[in-house]
Design a binder for this molecule. Structure first.
Ligand code: ADP
Length: 480
């Protein structure tokens, strides 16, 4: 493998290029018009324009990307996450064009991309599942039957769902018809597929996912868990590894289950098996993400494994160079997704120009970044600016370093999730490890954050005054 085309943009394109470069592999970036001078384009060895700004006229144009890859003598395509990464038809077209898709085979993507097909695939592997139905529901009568059988609250989910979209919590029978209608119409407009199904709503769950790696020689290992319970709108904002709640025996059980899930779909490459963990530490299979995950760096910190490098090696047909017993957890890592979103205003996207943009540096601080000072944040794509990751020998060390790194991350021009990240890291419930996916609802409000910011400003002002007064004292010219 001599040349890889990275079918993505921003921080993840840069992240992939870094590992390819380390392995002596040349890289090709792709770009839309607005991204012509973007950091990922400048970082790659070569770059090619794909189309106009909107994703469906550029980063989602699978056939065009494959054509360009062939013209540029590329051997393999890395899809990153998002865009075409979980598009089975794209993976298949790449395979048909004699290019290597750095990821699983298209069949595995197809199976795991549909939450119902995924449940079906793992059925015979003794994997605990959330109580509910394993087939699509399209009429209210059936929905009522299921709901009465499993008991409220229930969750209606889109089979083709992703990104927290198309999910509706239903608390009682009265709400059911209208919520069903809404879920079906939301699923149709977001995914072009109105199939929905019903799960028991687990009331205080933690989102725990397991990283797996599978090679083409039948070896499958897991690289432990990531805790992703700090979410807004069912989407992750802060992740960490390991989880503060898992015991070694539960970790082993969940790891073994994840390996079975990977085997159930003949998995190849890096993947993530997501579980919900209830208050009694029962875990349930949620879904499998058949790609590199946004939050993969926390796993890299605690295992010392470069996951992108492993993906490339597996795609080349190499055997995994380690077995399960050789993998160990060392230390603790925390990641904050730095989104251009206003934490004080319901996390609404906040697009603008990065007038000041300085990222923190230092030992055990990693910033996977796709932006630079002066850049405008395009409205066309995901508003994530970077991922800030810190590492420590203990969880507390990693959290304290995260607070310090957030303080040293200077962004002027747009609102970001940095203040929210600090709020979480300073919150007793997060620090004690006693939290669930409802952290934001339970503990966070814009008012609380504003109060903290005001209090901080007051302390800074008082400190400034104290230093001023001390300086005055020192500088005072003796009168005698
Ligand atoms: P998506 O593919 O849209 O990300 P997931 O199935 O991965 O959807 O779920 C995303 C989040 O939604 C989970 O991390 C969890 O917070 C919540 N969730 C999903 N299913 C349930 C459930 N059955 N009970 C409670 N919360 C759930």
């Amino acid at each position: 493998m001599k040349k890889i085309l990275v079918a993505n943009r921003g921080e993840i394109a840069i992240r992939i290029i870094k590992s390819a470069r380390k392995m002596g592999i040349k890289t090709v970036a792709i770009y839309s018009d607005i991204d012509r001078n973007a950091p990922h384009v400048q970082f790659a060895d070569e770059a090619i324009r794909i189309g106009e700004n909107a994703s469906n006229k550029s980063y989602l144009l699978g056939s065009k990307i494959i054509d360009e890859a062939k013209k540029m003598d590329v051997d393999a395509i890395h899809p990153g996450y998002g865009f075409l990464s979980e598009n089975a038809n794209f993976a298949e077209e790449v395979e048909k064009n004699d290019l290597i898709f750095i990821g699983p085979k298209s069949d595995s993507i197809r199976t795991m991309g549909d939450k119902l097909a995924a449940k079906d695939a793992v059925k015979d592997f003794d994997i605990p599942m959330v109580p509910g139905v394993d087939s699509a529901i399209d009429n209210i009568e059936k929905a009522i039957c299921v709901a009465e059988e499993i008991g409220f609250p229930i969750l209606i989910k889109a089979a083709a769902g992703g990104g927290g979209k198309g999910m509706r919590i239903v608390n009682n029978l009265e709400e059911l018809p209208s919520q069903m209608e809404r879920a079906i119409s939301e699923a149709t407009s977001a995914f072009g597929d109105g199939s929905v199904f019903i799960e028991k709503y687990i009331s205080s769950p933690r989102h725990i996912e397991i990283q797996v790696l599978a090679d083409s020689h039948g070896n499958v290992v897991h690289l432990f868990e990531r805790e992703c319970s700090i979410q807004r709108r069912h989407q992750k904002v802060i992740e960490e590894a390991p989880s503060s709640i898992l015991t070694p025996s539960l970790r082993k059980k969940m790891g073994d289950a994840a390996v079975k899930v990977a085997k159930s779909c003949d998995y190849l490459g890096a993947g993530t098996v997501e579980f919900l963990l209830d208050q009694d530490l029962n875990f349930y299979f949620l879904e499998m993400n058949t790609r590199l995950q946004v939050e993969h760096p926390v796993t890299e910190f605690i295992t010392g494994v470069d996951l992108v490098q492993e993906q490339i090696k597996i795609a080349k047909g190499e055997k995994l160079s380690f077995n399960q017993d050789e993998l160990n957890i060392k230390g603790h890592a925390v990641e904050l997704r730095v989104y251009a979103e206003d934490s004080l205003n319901n996390f609404t996207p906040n697009i603008g120009v990065l007038e000041t943009y300085r990222i923190p540096e230092g030992k055990n601080i990693r910033v996977d970044n796709g932006f630079r000072e002066g850049m405008e944040i395009p409205i066309y794509y995901d508003p994530m600016l970077s991922k800030l990751i810190t590492y420590g020998s203990t969880r507390m060390e990693a959290i304290e370093l995260m607070i310090e790194a957030i303080n040293n991350y200077k962004i002027v021009g747009v609102e970001t999730t940095l203040p929210f990240g600090k709020f979480v890291c300073e919150h007793e419930s997060f620090r004690s490890g006693n939290f669930d996916t409802h952290f934001v609802n339970d503990y966070y409000s814009a008012e609380k954050l504003k109060k903290e910011i005001k209090e901080e400003a007051r302390i800074v002002a008082l400190l400034g005054l104290k230093i001023y007064l001390e300086d005055q004292k020192k500088l005072r010219i003796p009168t005698n």
